[in-house]
Design a protein around this ligand. Structure first.
Ligand code: M6R
Length: 609
């Protein structure tokens, strides 16, 4: 997703802008640009590709200045190209923008009628022309920016500068993140703190609806209507190196606890949105997805489990047929290709050899509508698909995938809603309820993490076992599979997952008092069926560990341990129910003393077949 850096200072700020953009590269982008005010007036440089290309242009031109704005663009409206790269200019002012302006078409029509000429396909260019237009009537730069953003619908963080006011930068946010960095020699703004740690730890986080004027020696913040507001200055504690362990004992533990932040970063674009836009999946998403006939999901390991959960969503909510394949199988299988299939590849690393090969296989068979859901923007997978959604989990170091999984699920849910909308299956009321549920998700996950002490207690019961069974039904069956994978991967306990209805078709023979049985049991339409399956286990002496939720009436009894998750979360409950399973595996592994972050025989990124 786009990243912003802005600066006004008593020094050449170009190196700060470029380093800031490099720090924001993890967000994902396809082009970069900057605008400066210097002796040339307003100077703009833009490049498709990496920040390194922009840096080369800076070196070539010797561009320098005391005031500037810079941007990495992740295309939503308009293909990645130099003409669509930010900053966008109108009448001596330049704008960079992160987010999506939902009413850009109406604004564009109006501005065109007023004589403004558009040189890009972006929604951002309307902001530049709108501010230029408002300046004609208000005469004041800050007032004109506020008057303009009052007309915007959607999510945005913006930074604006103006040639004739060389020591002033205006910024604003609604939905997309933006913070200020303060120093004695000038003031800065950026999409996240990591971009500004190079110059300061003194940060001011802007609230939604805040606008700020940055001068070299001062700044002020107002609401959109001009009312002045104070926002607290904080000392950033962020490590300059985000892959440090900090207070945690293992990366896996850190990454489990980072899930609320990872989810809120991944869902950033819907932060203030009133609707779900296909552009979330890339500039060409609407065209690519419109007449898709079916979905084929290809992935490995944990990413494959994310795909299995998504199948339930895609078929039930979007009404589209979906199949999910293990990449290493699909790549060698004689399947029946259909060019109207959307091929969805899921991978944390984007470098998994089997997933890449499976994608090549699908493309070779004429299936060119491809989407990557991936955590690494520069990865091979992302480069080779037509559409992409970058999960913003941040670096995942532990071999056992945790935050990558939950952010993949969030991305797949968004895909489901986009398809449901394009297929006319999402009413406005339903859409708004879904957006509310997604926005609350990070808080809901944080509440589940508070169950750690009880889960730790349960872990002691498993440590001496050799085997475990995981049960689930419906979309929680893949969650049971993921729980079993986590347990075997890091504790080396043999664990298997079954769809609970399959129990009496074989695995029930394994159940005795030595076999702990873990059940994923949210209060959904299958709960009564699941309860019957659990009775069958109990009747054979199996010890039950049940992850229920707030709505479920399951009670503790002899041999039946029940933990209630704080909320019932409907279609998204899979995202909550995997968290206690991650914590359980982690604590069992701790008791058993295994190498949690680097389990034997495994690698983080499986780049060989
Ligand atoms: O990077 P990927 O998501 O493509 O990796 C796929 C699997 O190798 C991976 O999910 C693996 O199963 C995890 N280590 C499990 O925790």
């Amino acid at each position: 997703m786009c990243g912003i850096v802005a600066a006004v200072a008593d020094r050449n700020i170009v190196p700060v802008l470029l380093e800031g953009l490099r720090k924001l590269e993890y967000r994902g982008y396809d082009s970069a640009g900057l605008a400066l005010i210097n002796e040339l007036g307003l100077q703009r440089l833009r490049a498709v590709g990496r920040v390194a290309e922009l840096t080369a242009q800076v070196d070539e031109t010797g561009a320098a200045g005391n005031t500037g704005i810079a941007h990495t663009r992740w295309a939503t409206h308009g293909v990645p190209s130099e003409r669509n790269a930010h900053p966008h200019i109108s009448d001596g002012l330049a704008v960079v923008h992160n987010g999506i302006i939902e009413n850009h078409e109406a604004l564009r029509t109006r501005l065109k009628a007023d004589g403004y000429e558009f040189t890009s396909d972006t929604d951002t260019e309307v902001i530049a022309h709108l501010i230029a237009h408002e300046l004609k009537t208000t005469g004041d730069f800050f007032t004109a920016v506020r008057a303009s953003i009052a007309q915007l619908q959607g999510a945005y963080a913006i930074a604006v500068l103006r040639e004739v006011e060389p020591d002033r930068v205006i910024v604003a946010r609604e939905g997309s993140p933006l913070l200020l960095g303060l120093t004695d020699e000038g003031n800065y703004a950026a999409s996240d703190a990591s971009a500004l740690l190079q110059v300061t730890r003194r940060m001011v986080y802007l609230d939604n609806g805040d606008c700020a004027e940055l001068l070299r020696g001062s700044y002020r913040i107002t609401r959109v209507d001009g009312t002045p507001v104070e926002r607290a200055e904080t000392e950033s504690q962020l490590s300059a190196d985000s892959v440090e362990l900090g207070q945690y004992r293992h990366y896996m533990q850190k990454e489990i606890f980072e899930q609320p932040v990872a989810l809120s970063n991944t869902l950033e674009l819907i932060g203030a949105a009133r609707s779900i836009q296909p552009g979330l999946l890339g500039a060409d998403a609407e065209v690519t997805l419109k007449d898709v006939r079916q979905i084929l999901i290809i992935a490995c390991g944990t990413s494959y489990h994310a795909g299995l959960v998504a199948r339930y969503w895609l078929e039930a909510i979007a009404g589209i047929s979906c199949s999910v394949e293990v990449a290493s199988e699909y790549r060698y299988r004689d399947s029946v290709p259909d060019p109207q299939t959307l091929v969805v590849t899921i991978s944390q690393s984007g470098e998994t050899a089997d997933t890449l090969a499976a994608l090549h296989h699908a493309k070779a068979q004429g299936m060119m509508r491809t989407l990557a859901i991936c955590n690494v923007p520069e990865s091979s997978l992302v480069r080779e698909t037509a559409l992409r959604f970058i999960t913003r989990a941040g670096p995942e170091i532990g071999v056992a995938s945790t935050k990558a999984f939950t952010t993949q699920l969030a991305a797949l849910y968004l895909l489901t809603l986009v398809l449901a909308k394009l297929r006319g299956r999402l009413t406005a009321e339903h859409e708004s309820a879904e957006l509310t549920a997604l926005r609350h998700l990070p808080v809901a996950v944080a509440k589940v993490l508070e169950l750690e002490p009880q889960i730790k207690e349960w872990a002691g019961h498993f440590a001496m076992k050799q085997h475990a069974l995981f049960l689930g039904r419906g979309r929680h069956y893949p969650i049971a599979m993921e729980g079993a994978l986590k347990l075997k991967e890091i504790s080396y306990i043999h664990a298997e997952a079954y769809a609970a209805g399959e129990l009496k078709h074989g695995p029930l023979a394994l159940v005795d008092k030595e076999m702990p049985v873990i059940a994923v049991a949210p209060n959904d339409t299958l709960i009564e069926k699941l309860k019957s399956n659990l009775q069958e286990v109990r009747a054979r002496g199996g010890e039950l560990y049940v992850f229920a939720d707030a709505d479920s009436e399951m009670q503790e009894s002899d041999g039946v341990h029940v933990l209630h998750l704080p909320e019932h979360y409907g279609a998204l409950s899979a995202l909550l129910h995997v968290v206690p399973l991650q914590l359980l595996s982690y604590h069992v592994a701790l008791v058993r003393g295994t190498d949690v972050d680097k389990p034997r025989n495994l690698a983080k990124s499986v780049t060989v077949e």
